[in-house]
Design a protein around this ligand. Structure first.
Ligand SMILES: *Cc1c(COP(=O)(O)O)cnc(C)c1O
Length: 432
């Protein structure tokens, strides 16, 4: 066997220093590699489908800064547009035509969106949409699904028990019970559980929020009829349906999961891709609902840097690039090759595994599956995933450092990158 151990001395030094400066040495928890063991590599630069760390090692990247890098990192057209925008100013705190342009693009693309508000992160978009759901319906309760992530706001930090549905108990110290007492949870893909919650809480539920394709519990697609069923149930009970498409928007299809599955929610949250790698978020939907947002209406929500000209510019250019003929066909074909290849290799090397992909989003669980929800996903052999992750990293492949995160490809990934990745996977899986 070849000695694949890479030299990461500088990464180790920098991360050791970081741990004394920032909690866990990071600005966001998963980056610390806690769930896969070992130490994170420290990035120096990114380009196309690749990352270079501070020790000069190169990796094929399947995280893509958690989704935004769908055109590949530092795409030359995005960078050129940013240079031009930079000269005109980094922040206006006032209206700019860039907001109109991106808003028009988002409205044209996403079936549910008739009006949109830009914010600075997916977390912010989800917080704001929750306030709007409650204001519009005059109801307080919401339904979310186990394993779905909607940012780190108090009301969403609910880890459900193993029961069919539980009244939310906070997931983190510092979240008061009162903040999550209106958050009801159900298992993903379980329409019956949602039906029961509606019956038990009649006329009290403002709406249902979900990742239409789950990416924050690993990759879990909706079962046939699930999204349609939620659409019917919410309508029947005078509640709103909200798709959190912060991850899936412009990734599952140009118009997001709602275009792909033909189910139109009332409201949608976006982020990640629409900022083209700069901090951004957005929420939008039906005109009658969005008209309640200040200053058009009474529902307060604001932001000093919202609609930031650099973020708008990177978003506009990224969406333009995605409009090119064949983008999603290409993403689907390379990602299918990757996901099917990984699964086949896992089975050939004797591992229990299941997984899948849609467009440029994929996942692999070390369990026989099928995985329909978070409970199923948790049956994965996470220790094995940790060893797999480490082995791939040592062979120059950067996967998301958790079994419970989806993987992402970009239009910069080549067939050859996929083949190199599968060769590395065969090597690693045969020694797991
Ligand atoms: C990433 C993500 C968020 C949070 O977005 P941030 O920009 O990290 O605050 C919310 N919902 C979903 C589905 C996400 O994937």
């Amino acid at each position: 066997m070849v000695n694949t151990t890479i030299k990461t001395t500088k990464s180790q030094e920098i991360f050791a220093a970081a741990q004394n400066l920032m909690p866990g040495g990071v600005s966001s928890p998963v980056r610390a590699f806690k769930s896969v063991g070992g130490q994170p590599i420290v990035f120096d630069r990114v380009k196309g489908a690749y990352i270079w760390d501070v020790d000069g090692n190169q990796y094929i990247d399947y995280v893509g800064t958690w989704g935004p890098a769908i055109c590949g990192h530092t795409h030359p057209e995005v960078i050129t547009a940013l240079h031009e925008a930079l000269e005109k100013g980094t922040s206006f705190g006032a209206p700019s035509v860039l907001e109109n342009i991106l808003a028009e693009m988002v409205i044209a693309a996403v079936p549910s969106i008739e009006m949109v508000r830009f914010v600075n992160s997916g977390t912010e978009a989800c917080m704001a949409v929750l306030r709007l759901m409650r204001a519009f319906t005059g109801r307080d309760k919401i339904i979310k699904f186990e394993g779905c992530y909607h940012g780190h706001a108090d009301m969403f930090l609910v880890k459900a028990g193993s029961g069919v549905a539980t009244l939310g108990l906070p997931d983190s110290p510092g979240v008061p019970k009162s903040a999550t007492s209106h958050t009801l949870t159900a298992p993903f893909n379980d329409l019956e559980a949602v039906k029961e919650l509606f019956e038990e809480n009649s006329d009290q539920i403002a709406g249902v929020i979900l990742e239409p394709v789950v990416g924050n519990a690993g990759f879990i697609p909706p079962d046939a009829g699930f999204l349609e069923g939620l659409r019917e149930l919410t309508q029947e009970h005078g509640a709103l349906l909200v798709f959190d498409e912060v991850m899936t928007g412009f990734r599952i299809a140009y118009g997001g999961a709602q275009e792909k599955f033909g189910v139109t929610p009332d409201l949608t949250t976006l982020g990640k891709i629409i900022g083209g790698g700069l901090p951004v978020g957005a929420y939008g939907g039906r005109r009658d609902i969005m008209s309640m947002v200040a200053p058009a209406g009474p529902v307060y929500q604001a932001g000093t840097l919202s609609g930031n000209p650099l973020a708008m510019t990177a978003g506009i250019k990224t969406l333009e690039l995605l409009q090119k003929q064949g983008t999603y066909e290409y993403l689907d074909s390379i990602t299918k090759k990757l996901a099917e290849g990984l699964l086949q290799i896992a089975h050939q090397t004797g591992h229990a595994a299941c997984g899948g992909q849609i467009s440029g989003m994929f996942g692999l669980f070390f369990t026989n599956g099928p995985v329909h929800n978070y409970e199923d996903a948790k049956k994965s052999d996470t220790a094995k995933f940790g060893r797999f992750h480490r082995g791939m990293l040592e062979r120059g492949i950067y996967l998301a450092p958790s079994q419970f995160e989806a993987g992402f490809t970009s239009i910069a990934h080549t067939e050859e990158d996929i083949e190199r990745t599968l060769t590395a996977a065969r090597d690693v899986m045969s020694t797991l």
